[in-house]
Structures are given as C-alpha cells and as structure tokens.
Design a protein around this ligand. Structure first.
Ligand code: HEC
Length: 155
C-alpha cells in the first residue's frame, strides 16, 4: 500500500517535468515538489528503488552510465545492475576513487557519493550529475534521500 501511494505521489512530478521541458522544469515543477517534501523528507518519507530508477536514473543518467560508456566506471543500464553497482560499492571513477566513500551508504545520504552528485553544485568529488545538466528537481533529490534513509533497499 505504501509503495503504491508513494508511486502515485511522484508520477505527476515526472510527467510534469517531461512535458514542460528541461529549461523550465525546475520552476514549473515547484508546485508539485510540495508533495515530495511535506512528508518529512529524509526524516519521514518513504521511497523505493523502483521509483528512484524509473523517475530519476532511467530518464536522466543512461546516456553516459549505460553498459557501453560506463562513465565514472558506473554502469546503471538496468535496475538490477544499477542496484548492484550502487549500494555498498565504493566510488571508483577517476574523480571519486580517492574519496573512499560508497556510491550509496544505506541509511546515510550524507555519506553517499550518488546523493552528493545529484544534490550539490559542488559535490564531494567530480561534477554535479547529470553532467552538464539539466539537474534533477528538488522533489527527485528528496526521493533519493528518502530511499537511502529508508535503508537503500532493493525494492
Ligand atoms: C553527459 C554524461 C553524464 C550523464 C548524463 C550522467 N553522468 Fe554521472 N558521470 C559522468 C562522468 C564523466 C563521470 C566521472 C567524473 C565525475 O565523477 O564527475 C560521472 C560520475 C558519476 C558518479 C561517480 C561514480 C564513481 O564511482 O566515481 C556518479 C555516482 C554519477 N556519475 C551519477 C550520475 C547520475 C545519478 C546521473 C543521472 C542523474 C548521471 N550520473 C548522469 C557523466 C555523466
């Protein structure tokens, strides 16, 4: 039940961004982000990896993080491959190899390179993702934060 409720919450955000186009996505989606943030963000919300993959990774990251390009040594070409290469796996791309931090540390967005790279203009290493933008919405950043805080489950 939780999963369905949560998915319905994010669906309008995704279609909103897709429709209004990249340049105005941030402002046009700001009304929808209310739904994403009022549930408590990292503290109280719930999110699944399926939501993270379908809403954020699949539409925004595969141009460079597919199995052929593997930018930053990171392949996220399918949901299962992405999970396998993210959670509990140390960053190993050219810019992030030396930070000694996992791409996703279950329970801790602040110790997750993946989270840093989509939420900060100056991430812990390398560049903000998706490289060159347009960057993901505040609601999507919250979604990732919730998924990691919830234990970064393969759900
Ligand atoms: C236009 C190409 C491009 C796109 C699109 C892109 N990336 Fe990247 N990504 C890179 C490059 C190049 C690197 C290596 C340099 C760096 O870390 O800044 C990288 C590195 C990373 C790393 C660090 C991997 C490691 O182990 O060092 C993460 C995490 C990451 N990207 C996440 C994402 C996410 C999440 C998205 C989608 C929201 C995304 N990227 C979209 C090019 C891209």
């Amino acid at each position: 039940m939780k999963r369905n409720t949560s998915f319905n919450r994010t669906t309008p955000i995704a279609s909103c961004c897709a429709l209004v186009g990249l340049l105005v996505a941030a402002s046009a989606c700001s009304s929808s982000t209310d739904n994403g943030t009022t549930d408590g963000g990292a503290a109280g919300g719930t999110a699944t990896f399926t939501e993270v993959y379908t809403t954020i990774i699949s539409p925004n990251c595969l141009g460079c993080h597919d199995s052929g390009t593997k930018a930053g040594n990171l392949d996220m070409s399918t949901q299962s491959v992405a999970f396998m290469n993210l959670v509990g796996v140390p960053a190993s791309g050219p810019s992030c190899l030396t930070v000694n931090e996992d791409r996703v540390t279950a329970g801790s967005p602040s110790q997750s390179v993946f989270y840093s790279k989509i939420s900060a203009s100056m991430p812990v290493c390398g560049n903000e993702m998706p490289l060159g933008g347009p960057f993901v919405s505040a609601a999507d950043v919250t979604l990732v934060s919730e998924w990691i805080t919830d234990g970064a489950l393969n759900n």
